[in-house]
Design a protein around this ligand. Sequence first.
Ligand SMILES: O=C(O)CCC(=O)C(=O)O
Ligand SMILES: [Mn+2]
Length: 203
Amino acid sequence: MPANKDFFLLKSKLTKVTQQEVLAAARTVVRSAPLFRPSMPSGQSFNYSMTNCGDLGWVADRSGYRYQQYHPETRKRFPPMPQVIRELAISLAKETGNDDFYPESCLINLYRKGEKLGLHQDNTEENKNAPIISISLGDSGIFILGGLMRTDETKQYIVQSGDIIVMGGESRNFFHAFKGTVPNTSNLLKDGGRLNLTIRQVN
Ligand SMILES: O=C(O)CCC(=O)C(=O)O
Ligand SMILES: [Mn+2]
């Protein structure tokens, strides 16, 4: 079993109203920073779409993974992080024992039916101590958490709309994955799918 130190899955943390507010904020972001589907350094396309808001956005291409200020396709600055997302992240960080969290980046992933993200560590960030806060909206999905080694045993969690994951302390650097959605489990997103917002302090 992985050591679940400082890993939190806060079930049904957001009310329906807050979920709607966060969704509306995410939609505003997508209007100025459209979802894109980058390529991994190997050249293989990502399996799902993404965009960002905040001071920095996480991007990928042939030259690697990095944070940058501008959208890779429009070349415009990523929009500022909406207040509802920023304040939520700060309050969730505080609640889980992280007082000085600065939400520098919010990555928005959209997973349609069958789309997934393989086992990885979040290691593009300079700061490997600040917690990673993640908000699930829309269809339920299967989140996998391992340990510090890729070969560590993993545990499976169902994440539902309004659930929050905080990876803090040692779990900040644990391997994790998203195995896919469970279609038709939420009507929050009118076309179905799952939106996951990952808020990070990069530096
Ligand atoms: O969608 C998720 O639950 C995880 C997303 C993630 O791990 C990432 O984007 O790095
Ligand atoms: Mn990750």
